[in-house]
Design a protein around this ligand. Structure first.
Ligand code: CA
Length: 217
């Protein structure tokens, strides 16, 4: 799943990008408010982490513009502005959660996970489909009780298909949700990852609806 991190303090931005990439998310980062809005308009994000004190365009304005474009995308504000009034203003303007700086990455990650769960067809961290079990809290994956080691991309693909089970997901939609916006030759890369992933799964677990895309039943 692809996250947009909006943060102008480079050490924090770098730490957030590294932290979220390490646990398997795809991450785009913006260093000012205008860049954040531009990235949001041209990509599909599963969630936005938004700082408020930003150059060029204030975070509250970014929040309003993102909300005008999408009612659904979860937004979590991460800010040094930490009075109750700040929090109320952020939540009133459409943020889903508010975490004051300084913060622990672990807490941010848990809140991101909780927000993402609300948007999918399950409120559990563990999803089981026949022999297959996905644990989104530990990002682990099991087939017939055995843990299967997946690459980050393979995990991202199967997690997305399982959380959207029953829906056919087109290759371009998978790519938009999983790949960084500037990566090249993404269609080929998707094919390669799907093929290695399928070898690790029960036969025919990932199905293909002609002309529409991939799905899990
Ligand atoms: Ca800032």
């Amino acid at each position: 799943m692809k996250l947009l991190i909006v943060e102008d303090e480079m050490p924090i931005q770098t730490a957030l990008c590294k932290g979220f990439s390490k646990i398997g998310y795809t991450v785009d980062a913006a260093s000012d408010g205008e860049e954040a809005v531009e990235l949001f308009y041209s990509n599909i994000y599963a969630l936005v982490v938004l700082d408020l004190n930003l150059p060029k365009l204030d975070g509250m304005e970014v929040l309003k513009q993102i909300r005008a474009e999408s009612k659904k995308v979860p937004i979590i504000i991460l800010s040094a502005r930490s009075t109750v009034d700040d929090k109320v203003a952020g939540l009133d303007d459409g943020a889903n959660d508010y975490l004051a700086k300084p913060f622990q990455f672990k807490e941010l990650e848990a809140r991101v996970r909780a927000l993402l769960r609300r948007n999918f067809k399950t409120s559990n961290t563990v999803v089981e489909i026949e022999d297959v079990k996905l644990d989104t809290a530990t990002r682990s994956f099991f087939v017939a009780g055995d843990e299967i080691s997946l690459t980050r991309k393979e995990y991202a693909i199967i997690e997305y298909l399982i959380l959207r089970r029953g829906e056919a997901i087109s290759p371009s939609s998978l790519i938009e949700h999983i790949w960084e916006s500037d990566s090249e030759d993404v269609f080929n890369s998707l094919k390669v990852h799907l093929s290695t992933l399928r070898k690790k799964l029960p036969a025919d677990f990932i199905k293909n609806k002609r002309g529409q895309g991939y799905y899990v039943e």
